[in-house]
Ligand binder design. Structure first.
Ligand code: GDP
Ligand code: ZN
Length: 300
């Protein structure tokens, strides 16, 4: 029998088996061993199970993944898979709190680094100043090939496009807390009743709540990976050398630089810097690249 991991909480896995039953399962001993590649079993994973006579369910094997969201962190020393078989990442920002410089690029880089298609979502377009932010972000990111959705969970604007994508395959929403990720999911499926307006962990005084990862099954057939770590994208580290591959406009030009492994910062005959000077690459995008590259180097 095979199934999908829909919940993972300190060694107990909740599975939806292919016959529709929802069960709790534990791991066969050898699967518990820490793996250098970080491929522990996570939400979204497809697994092979064996059922014991007493009704126990044991995960025997992990089936091949078609994608994985991997969080690399210098602090945790290594890579950690946080969700598997995700088809699409929604990079969510809002008119308010207004997107800080580099935030959008940082989110899209996470998707690129995991080779998962992404969609930029600008929420709260009911608020003042929305028109300006919307036209700015739409122009910049559509030109780079990213779909952009301008929506309001509260005023129910632009939700059709979001609903269509959420109802198809497995998605995950990434973005800082407070941008309205939970409210958007509630707007798409009111019965979900996800908690919104949560106090961010930084400000909550002493209250310690651990949130487990889970897959949310939408009535329309779509699946949403809900992982607490998705709000702290600032903590995701990158390999410096792979960063240019995470910017589509840099990726296209890197082969034309004089040096292989060009960092596009101070090397001579750099096709990327030439493009920035000629205005073919957006200055702010290049600035994001330089900042993220600096961070990536500091982390390793
Ligand atoms: P999350 O941390 O990203 O899940 O954000 P929440 O869904 O908890 O929303 C954070 C706050 O933004 C809440 O107070 C929501 O009511 C508010 N919010 C969410 N969507 C909208 C919107 O479209 N417009 C406005 N004005 N506020 C919104
Ligand atoms: Zn270069």
């Amino acid at each position: 029998m095979q199934g999908t991991v829909v919940g993972a909480d300190s060694g107990i896995y909740t599975l939806v088996l292919d016959d529709g039953r929802r069960v709790e399962a534990s791991l066969r001993g050898r699967l518990k061993m820490p793996s250098p590649k970080g491929d522990r079993i996570v939400i979204g994973d497809r697994v092979e199970v064996v059922e014991g006579q007493s009704g126990t369910v044991t995960i025997e094997a992990l089936l091949t993944r078609r994608s994985a969201v991997v969080r690399r962190s210098a602090k945790d020393r290594g890579a950690k898979v946080v969700a598997a078989n995700v088809d699409r990442l929604f990079a969510v920002v809002a008119v308010e709190p207004s997107p800080r410089a580099q935030l959008v690029d940082r989110l899209l880089v996470v998707a690129e680094a995991n080779a998962i298609p992404s969609v930029l979502v600008l929420n709260k377009i009911d608020l003042p100043g929305a028109a300006e932010v919307t036209s700015f972000l739409t122009a910049r990111y559509r030109a780079l090939g990213y779909p952009v959705l301008a929506v309001s969970a509260r005023a129910q604007l632009g939700l059709e496009g979001l609903r269509e994508l959420l109802c198809d395959g497995t998605s995950a929403l990434i973005g800082p807390s407070g941008v309205g990720k939970s409210t958007l999911l509630n707007a798409v499926e009111p019965g979900l009743q996800l908690r919104t307006g949560r106090v961010s962990r930084k400000h909550s005084s002493g209250r310690h709540t651990t949130v487990a990862s889970r897959l949310i099954m939408l009535l329309c057939g779509g699946v949403v990976a809900d992982t607490p770590g998705f709000s702290d994208v600032g903590l995701w580290d990158m390999e410096p050398a792979e960063l240019d591959c995470c910017f589509p406009e840099l990726r296209e030009l890197k082969g034309s630089c004089r040096f292989r492994g060009c960092a596009h910062i101070e090397e001579p005959d750099c096709a990327v810097r030439a493009a920035v000077e000629e205005g073919r690459i957006d200055q702010d995008r290049y600035k994001s690249y330089v900042i993220l590259r600096g961070e990536a180097e500091a982390a390793c």
